[in-house]
Design a protein around this ligand. Sequence first.
Ligand SMILES: NC(=O)C1=CN([C@@H]2O[C@H](COP(=O)(O)OP(=O)(O)OC[C@H]3O[C@@H](n4cnc5c(N)ncnc54)[C@H](OP(=O)(O)O)[C@@H]3O)[C@@H](O)[C@H]2O)C=CC1
Ligand SMILES: O=C(OP(=O)(O)O)[C@H](O)COP(=O)(O)O
Length: 338
Amino acid sequence: MSKVKVGINGYGTIGKRVADAVKAQNDMEVVGVTKTRPTFEAQTAIDKGFSLYVPEDSLKAFRDAKMPVKGTIKDLYKAAEIMVDCTPGDVGEKYKAEYEAAGIKAIFQGGEDHSLTGISFNSTANYSESWGAQFSRVVSCNTTGLLRTLNPIDKKIKIKNAYVTLVRRGVDPGDSKGGPINGLEPTVKLPTHHGPDVKSIMPWLNINTMAIKASTTLMHLHTVVVELEKETGTDEILNIMRTSPRVKLIKSSSGIKGTAEIMELGREMGRNRSDMYEIVVWEDGVKVVGKMLYYYQAVHQESDVVPENIDCIRSMCKMEEDASVSISKTNKSLGIRQ
Ligand SMILES: NC(=O)C1=CN([C@@H]2O[C@H](COP(=O)(O)OP(=O)(O)OC[C@H]3O[C@@H](n4cnc5c(N)ncnc54)[C@H](OP(=O)(O)O)[C@@H]3O)[C@@H](O)[C@H]2O)C=CC1
Ligand SMILES: O=C(OP(=O)(O)O)[C@H](O)COP(=O)(O)O
């Protein structure tokens, strides 16, 4: 079986990780990645053996920087069967017409609206909905995190209402221009877009979200309060989480007090870029009282969507019909145990 040819438009925080994850699969290959500026990341892409494609108006800058490029972004369309668009939020929508004209498939990321594709993707919640689709959208890191725990719980014990506060990292570790440098910033446009984004995949779910931006770069942290339809026990919820893909239960008694220790764990696990692809739940922070469920979870925003993109490629390119087979294959390639 020939490998599916994947192009990555936007070799940035997400794009570089998706490129490495595609390279780690035996049923797909990276045929090229794009950058607009000859930065160190462009050089590392070349050093890793990725073919570099750039916008027409960037050709001179890369020539002057003596960075070899294979062609323009439009040349990449000729080599790829599917593009993974990892350009900054709202930039992807400008490329959709080009992908369409080139007759290739494309996956967009959470910075684009659900309306751009009409299909949003999460491997455990709705893998088959993207089957054979020309366009789909992998939901953002926070939405991916919420779906990974709320969807399996809702499947077993119906959720009446969910109330989530997202404490969001200010910027990614590699970003020196964002903020807040000091303090906490409430997102006053309420309810935040996260609830509707979860509903793009679980439209029946009553979910209410608020968000606070914090001066940290490491991870997002969620407080989740769920009103269940029926009384249950803490152990039943823990068992659901323990058997849900890409959810990792940890204990504060193991020294993992917060997101700093989680990222240190990623280093200790020898993960590529110390990435924590799984949603991390404090086991001793899960509590059920009657019908009310309380828990905390941490999201590594730079990497949790990466395995989702791999599974989305398999669904859109009709490579594997069984979601659990694709999830296991992807997990194995990335060192994810469950
Ligand atoms: N970072 C995060 O925490 C998460 C981000 N996402 C989503 O993933 C997507 C990408 O985000 P992220 O990786 O953080 O973005 P980055 O800014 O890290 O990377 C963007 C990439 O796109 C390239 N680029 C910029 N403008 C253009 C353009 N006009 N045409 C082609 N390429 C361009 C950049 O190249 P150059 O640098 O050379 O200009 C860079 O390689 C967004 O939709 C975002 O919402 C989803 C989950 C988490
Ligand atoms: O938190 C994120 O998006 P989300 O709040 O839509 O889930 C991503 O990490 C992107 O965040 P940014 O828009 O602050 O770069």
